[in-house]
Design a binder for this molecule. Structure first.
Ligand code: BG6
Length: 510
C-alpha cells in the first residue's frame, strides 16, 4: 500500500454543494477505512460566515448526505471525524489578502503536526482559480521548501481551447505542472480504470484490438435525469462541454491508446495525449453536418409523471438551442484504428442511466452457417461502466437440434460478484491518490488542451454553422429518431438496459 503523508486539505468553496455532497462523504469513508494519515486536518474556506461548529453541523451532523453513516457509526465516531474538520471565513470576496488564512493554516499545521504538506482543493467557479492561486502564492503558501503543496481543480477546465490554454498558463505562474491535479471524476471510477486492465492484462483482447478485427466502437453515456437545478450553468455549457470534452474523451483515450511502457502516471498520460491527438479533427461543414447530431429534450409524460422540456427548466433560456443530446461519429488517424468509425453519444433524459463501451468485432471472414442470421450477431465486448458494472462478451452458440442455427449467448462478469464488493467512490479514490501524490488518474495540461482541440470546431460549427439542426426528442426516449442514421448500414445504437445482459430495445422503466 502506498504511503499517505501527514497533511492538511484546504477546500475553497467549502460551503457549496460539492463539499457536502461528495467531498466530505468521501473523506469520511477514507477516515473510516483508515486511509487518512495519522495527522490530518481538513480546513473549509469560503465566503459564508460560519464557525467550525456551524460547518461541522452543516457537512457532518446535519448533512443529509451522511445520514446513513450517522446511523451506522454512532455519535462518538462521527465526533472523532468531525474533530479533524475546521472552517475559515474568507469574508465577502475570494480576491482578498490571505494573511488571515495563512495564519490559520500555520496554527492548525503546528497544532496537528501536518508537516507543511498542503492540498488546496478549488471547488469554486473556474473564474476564481487564477485569483485564488495568486493569493496563495502571494502569501508564500505554494512554496515547497518545508513540505509539498498541491492544487486540485474541478471541471470545467476552460470553456474552449483558448480559455483552457489561458487557464493552464495562469496556473503555471504559481504552480508547477506536477503540483496540479485536474479532476475528472470518471477517471476515479473503478470500471473506467478497468479499461486499462481489460486491454493490457489480457492476452486475448489486445491482439484483436485494432482495425483488422474491430468493425466499430460505440460508447453510450445516458442519464435519466434532466438538468435538475443546474439550468443556468448547463445552458451555457451543453452536453458536449459538460460530458464529452472531459469524461467521454477520457474514456475514448483509454480505448484508443497504445500500450504504455509501464503503469506510472507520465507513461500512461503520454499515451493518452498521443491518442487524443490522433483523433481526426472535423473542420468542414459537410463532415460536421453528417458526423454530428445534437438534440434537446421535450416535455413528456414518463410513468404517468409530467416531465418538463429543457426550455421550460429553471435558468434555461426559453429559446435555447443548447444540446442535451450529442452524438458524434469520428475516426482515429493512426496505424491501429485507420477506417474504424467511433460512435459516441451522451444525453440527459434518456430511458435509463447507463454508461458503456461496446467493441463491435467484424463478422467472420467466410460465412459457413448461411441461414443462421449470424450477420447481425457479431461478437461484441461490452464494458459496462455503470450501473451493474461488469464485462460481457457476446458470442455465437449452436441452437440444439438439427442443422446449424446460431444464437447469441452471453459470457459475463459482474463486479458485484467479487468478494471485496465495496468499490471506493470516484471522489474517495481520487482524493486518496492526490493525498499520495499519484496523478495517474488526473488530467494533464496537454491532455485537456488536446481534448478541446477536437471539440472546439464542433462547438464552433454548432454555434455558427449555416446548416445546423437541433432535433427535439421526447424526454424518456433514446434521443432524436434519426440518431441511428449516424451509424447506418444494418447497425443501430445498442440501446442498453439497466442490467448489463439486457438486450437492445429492452429497458427497465422503474
Ligand atoms: C458531471 C456533469 O460532470 O457528471 C453532470 O456535470 C452529470 O451533468 C454528471 O450529471 C454525471 O456523473 P455520473 O458519475 O453520475 O455519471
Amino acid at each position: 500500500m502506498k504511503h499517505t503523508a501527514d497533511q492538511m486539505l484546504i477546500i475553497f468553496g467549502a460551503s457549496g454543494d460539492l463539499t457536502a455532497r461528495k467531498l466530505v462523504p468521501a473523506l469520511f469513508n477514507l477516515f473510516k477505512g483508515r486511509h487518512a494519515p495519522k495527522n490530518f486536518v481538513v480546513l473549509g474556506a469560503s465566503r459564508s460566515n460560519l464557525t467550525d461548529e456551524d460547518f461541522r453541523k452543516k457537512v457532518i451532523f446535519e448533512s443529509g448526505y451522511l445520514e446513513n453513516e450517522r446511523n451506522d457509526n454512532g455519535v462518538e465516531f462521527m465526533k472523532e471525524f468531525a474533530d479533524k474538520i475546521f472552517y475559515e471565513d474568507l469574508g465577502s470576496n475570494y480576491d482578498t489578502d490571505y494573511a488571515g488564512l495563512k495564519s490559520r493554516i500555520e496554527d492548525l499545521n503546528t497544532a496537528h503536526n501536518t508537516k507543511h504538506n498542503f492540498i488546496f482543493y478549488l471547488s469554486t467557479p473556474p473564474n476564481l482559480y487564477e485569483i485564488i492561486s495568486k493569493n496563495l502564492s502571494d502569501q508564500g503558501l505554494t512554496i515547497e521548501k518545508k513540505g509539498w503543496k498541491r492544487l486540485i481543480v474541478e471541471k470545467p477546465f476552460g470553456y474552449n481551447l483558448e480559455t483552457a490554454k489561458k487557464l493552464n498558463n495562469a496556473l503555471h505562474e504559481y504552480f508547477r505542472e506536477s503540483q496540479i491535479y485536474r479532476i475528472d471524476h470518471y477517471l476515479g471510477k473503478e470500471t473506467v480504470q478497468n479499461l486499462l486492465v481489460t486491454r493490457f492484462a489480457n492476452s486475448i483482447f489486445e491482439p484483436l484490438w485494432n482495425r483488422n478485427y474491430i468493425h466499430h466502437v460505440e460508447i453510450t453515456n445516458a442519464e435519466r435525469v434532466g438538468v435538475e437545478k443546474r439550468g443556468g450553468y448547463y445552458d451555457k455549457s451543453g452536453a458536449l462541454r459538460d460530458m464529452f470534452q472531459n469524461h467521454l474523451l477520457q474514456i475514448i483515450s483509454l480505448v484508443v491508446m497504445e500500450p504504455p511502457i509501464g503503469d506510472n502516471a507520465e507513461e500512461i498520460r503520454n499515451e493518452k495525449v498521443k491518442a487524443l491527438k490522433s483523433l481526426r479533427i472535423m473542420r468542414d461543414e459537410e463532415t460536421l453536418f453528417s458526423h454530428t447530431i445534437r438534440g434537446q429534450y421535450l416535455a413528456a409524460e414518463i410513468d404517468g409523471e409530467e416531465v418538463k422540456g429543457y426550455r421550460e427548466e429553471e435558468g434555461v433560456d426559453p429559446e435555447s438551442t443548447t444540446e442535451t443530446y450529442a452524438a458524434i461519429k469520428f475516426f482515429v488517424d493512426n496505424w491501429r484504428w485507420a477506417d474504424v468509425p467511433f460512435y459516441v453519444r451522451t444525453a440527459k433524459r434518456m430511458p435509463t442511466k447507463v454508461t458503456e463501451v461496446v467493441i463491435h468485432f467484424k463478422s467472420s471472414h467466410h460465412h459457413i452457417f448461411k441461414d443462421s442470421g449470424i450477420n447481425n450477431k457479431d461478437n461484441k465486448l461490452i464494458i459496462r461502466i455503470q450501473p451493474d458494472e461488469g464485462v460481457l462478451i457476446k458470442f455465437g452458440v449452436k441452437v440444439p437440434g438439427q442443422g446449424f442455427k446460431v444464437e447469441r449467448a452471453n459470457l459475463d462478469f459482474y463486479y458485484s460478484s467479487l468478494a471485496e464488493t465495496r468499490l471506493m467512490t470516484a471522489y474517495e479514490r481520487l482524493l486518496l491518490d492526490a493525498m499520495q501524490g499519484d496523478a495517474t488518474l488526473y488530467a494533464r495540461a496537454d491532455e485537456v488542451e488536446a481534448a478541446w482541440e477536437f471539440v472546439d470546431p464542433i462547438l464552433e460549427y454548432w454555434k455558427n454553422g449555416s446548416n445546423v439542426i437541433t432535433y427535439g426528442y421526447s424526454a424518456g426516449m433514446w434521443g432524436p429518431s434519426n440518431a441511428d442514421d449516424l451509424i447506418g448500414g444494418y447497425y443501430m445504437w445498442r440501446n442498453p438496459g439497466e442490467q448489463l445482459a439486457d438486450d437492445p430495445g429492452f429497458c427497465v422503466l422503474s
